[in-house]
Design a protein around this ligand. Structure first.
Ligand SMILES: C[S@@+](CC[C@H](N)C(=O)[O-])C[C@H]1O[C@@H](n2cnc3c(N)ncnc32)[C@H](O)[C@@H]1O
Length: 304
């Protein structure tokens, strides 16, 4: 008997990337079967999320309980070391080519993790698609999280056409590439040479002409660009962004926006710090949970 459940309806052409994003965000409902018609796929989700509607879905006869994992392209990452779980994940979907165990939290200046291959091909490289954009990822060489996909879209939707954008900690370029659709010019900087090499590849893969990748320390940017050069600045170095605030406020024009990310325990944890630099409006929101008691927050800050 079909049952009513929240679901997402998408064109077939973006079906697989939608499924991967729902899995990565932990939103795909495991108890119901996705369904299709001639043009669309319908994915059941656990609760009401943006763009969801109620649909009828067939319940699965036997629940397929997969181990908790993050899916990035063809790589599933698990946080508990189990060869049995890894083999189960590898067999669960043809798209998964490798299962990695993440041996550490993000560490070091480059914010990378150590991984061990538990099942499948011996690689940390994969191809990943997000909202129709293609990315080359190497998880051992440069930071990447698929769980920020919705956040990138939120910022894209808030942008005006023709903005001058600076990404101070651009990694392999997911924000820069996504936001280049509306920006006139994007400067995308990172201190990790491997991240900048992958970003360069991702710019070419998506045939983007308005991003300039840069390799360097974000603190050196004011020596390169005049004050107030940018309409919008992305600061996604959530464990250590505070020392870069002076630089960001110097480079952002009056009335421009800084998106400042932080890992924090309590709501408002960064408000006092940000108030040292601006009297403008500051809006805070939770992007995702990070660890027990910690969450990844974003502050949208108007520079005044
Ligand atoms: C958390 S990652 C975010 C990458 C990217 N924005 C994303 O969302 O995928 C932070 C990035 O900041 C870079 N980074 C760290 N210190 C830096 C500095 N002083 N100047 C420029 N980049 C830096 C790291 O190499 C890393 O790629």
């Amino acid at each position: 008997m079909p049952e009513k459940c929240w679901g997402i309806k998408v064109k077939k052409i973006i079906g697989e990337e939608t499924r991967q994003r729902l899995i990565a965000d932990g939103n795909l409902h495991p108890d119901f079967k996705p369904k299709k018609d001639s043009e669309h796929l319908y994915f059941p989700v656990k609760e009401k999320i943006p763009d969801s509607e109620t649909f009828e879905f067939e319940a699965r006869s036997v629940k397929q309980e997969l181990p908790r994992h993050e899916l990035i392209g063809g790589i599933a990452v698990i946080h508990e070391k189990s060869n049995k779980d890894a083999e189960m994940l590898l067999r669960s979907r043809p798209v998964i080519h490798t299962v990695l165990y993440s041996e550490s939290a993000v560490t070091g200046e480059y914010r990378t993790k150590d991984y061990q291959v538990l099942a499948g091909g011996n690689t940390t490289e994969t191809d990943y698609t997000e909202y129709g954009l293609r990315f080359k990822i190497d998880l051992s060489k440069a930071y990447f999280s698929a769980r920020l996909a919705n956040e990138r879209q939120r910022i894209l939707n808030s942008m005006k056409e023709g903005e001058r954008l600076l990404d101070l900690f651009a990694g392999v370029g997911p924000f820069a590439v996504a936001l280049s659709r509306k920006a006139s010019v994007v400067i995308a900087n990172d201190i990790n040479p491997d991240a900048v090499r992958l970003m360069d590849e991702n710019i070419r893969l998506n045939r983007i002409k308005n991003i300039t990748p840069m390799l360097g320390d974000a603190l050196h940017m004011p020596g390169i660009f005049p004050d107030g050069s940018f309409d919008r600045i992305i600061m996604n170095l959530p464990m250590n962004s505070v020392p870069f605030l002076k630089t960001a406020f110097q480079l952002c024009r009056k009335g421009g926006v800084i998106h400042f990310y932080s890992i924090q325990e309590e709501e408002g944890g960064m408000m006092e710090e940000l108030r040292k630099f601006t009297t403008g409006k500051i809006t805070e929101r939770k992007v995702r949970s990070y660890a027990p008691k910690l969450h990844h927050a974003v502050y949208d800050v108007i520079c005044e």
